[in-house]
Design a protein around this ligand. Structure first.
Ligand code: LMR
Length: 399
């Protein structure tokens, strides 16, 4: 029998927590695992701009026929506008190509599968730590994986010197995965000056940056958050970007993302992209339309776009408010540890420094679900539940 001898796969490090959470009947339980925004009432809302766009789509939509393999041209143009701005030189030189992919994960995997066709012997370097799904995506595509130093537990910040030391040893032709902003899981980002230096290292070494850009607008603002990407493009002629509208449009389940490549000239961009399209065709043929239509409707309409930008700002502001309140509440409990770094970290996550034992205690004894490694989804904390959370963390620190 084919299936008889199979032992079950372990639950997913992030999504598996949500399943366990759903089966937990304790009233105080909190799901701070998966990176999903929740408002003060614990709801992941549909943005008002998204609802308005959906109303328009419902009346205007004329067909459900297939999209092109790489998605609708208007959607792709909006993706590039957000990533690079309307008049970026690489766009003017027609050396940027975008495919609409099912989420940012789809963008990463399409990029990985395409890379496997053109650079099968490359090694993919990821930060230590990185998003729990990165190794699976790239090793699943057949790549050897390595890590570069990133987070320094002693400072709760970036181990920049060690990171650069390693990046200076990455050979030409290898792929280095970098998080443009709101690093997942640490919330620790590079400064613009550091991005410039990393770009210089990439150019000197000849490795290819593959940027994961899933949180544009959740760090500082839409423009500031893309600074690292623009800085790298000053330095290198080629790179990849996997981007996502899950978080900044709240389109999680609509699986709305993109894989963008920048090539050194128009001809190589066209040739490379023809292989990206071949890659997509044999995986899922062409993308789902709905999320892309929403993004296109909003970004193509000045009033809806302004409304959406306000909504992203509200999400970002709430996360910052929660970060400050979280630090204050922990301090108020007299915990014997400085948690002020939570306020410095960017985006949805805080890398708490809690040990595996403490993470397990919080889940088993308190019904508080956070990712192994200590990543807390700050964007999912209602302030009313902060006292319970902080009491529980204070208790876990005694363990
Ligand atoms: C996360 O890191 O929690 C999110 O990016 C959701 C996911 O797919 O893991």
């Amino acid at each position: 029998m084919l299936f008889d001898k199979i032992t079950p796969a372990p639950p997913d490090a992030i999504m598996g927590l949500t399943e366990a959470f759903k089966g937990d009947s304790r009233p105080d339980k909190m799901n701070l695992g998966v990176g999903v925004y929740q408002d003060e009432s614990g709801i992941t809302p549909v943005l008002e701009s998204v609802k308005a766009a959906e109303d328009r789509i419902r009346t205007a939509e004329k067909t459900k026929s297939y999209l092109p393999i790489s998605g609708a041209p208007e959607y792709k143009a909006h993706v590039q506008d957000l990533l690079l701005g309307a008049a970026h030189p690489a766009r003017m030189e027609d050396r940027v190509r975008t495919a609409h992919t099912p989420g940012g994960t789809g963008g990463l995997r399409v990029g990985a599968e395409f890379l496997k066709r053109i650079a099968p012997n490359a090694t993919v370097w990821v930060s230590d730590p990185t998003w729990a799904n990165h190794p699976g995506i790239f090793s699943g595509a057949g790549f050897a994986m390595e890590t570069y130093p990133y987070y320094q537990p002693s400072t709760q910040g970036l181990d920049y010197a060690a990171m650069c030391d390693t990046l200076k040893r990455v050979p030409a032709g290898d792929i280095v995965l970098l998080h443009v902003c709101c690093h997942n899981p640490t919330g620790v980002d590079l400064t613009t000056e550091q991005w410039k230096e990393v770009g210089d290292i990439a150019a000197a070494q000849g490795w290819i940056p593959f940027l994961d850009f899933a949180y544009q607008g959740l760090g500082e603002d839409l423009e500031t958050d893309r600074a690292g990407l623009l800085q790298l493009l000053e330095a290198v002629p080629e790179l990849f970007v996997a981007s996502s509208f899950s978080k900044n449009f709240g389109l999680y389940r609509e699986r709305t993302g993109a894989m963008t490549l920048v090539a050194s000239d128009k001809e190589s961009a066209a040739a490379a992209f023809s292989h990206v399209e071949k890659t997509i065709r044999v995986i899922y043929s062409n993308p789902p339309a709905h999320g892309g239509q929403i993004v296109t409707t909003i970004l193509g309409d000045a009033a809806l776009r302004a409304q959406w930008e306000e909504e992203v700002k509200a999400i970002r502001d709430r996360i910052k408010t929660v970060r400050s309140a979280f630090v204050k509440e922990l301090q108020a409990r007299g915990v014997d540890r400085d948690f002020s770094f939570i306020e410095r970290q960017k985006g949805m996550f805080s890398f708490s420094g809690l040990t595996e034992e403490q993470v397990t205690f919080l889940r088993e004894e308190k019904g508080i679900y956070i990712v192994k490694g200590g990543r807390i989804n700050v964007a999912g904390i209602p302030t009313a539940k902060l006292p319970y959370l902080c009491d529980s963390i204070a208790e876990s620190l005694q363990k």
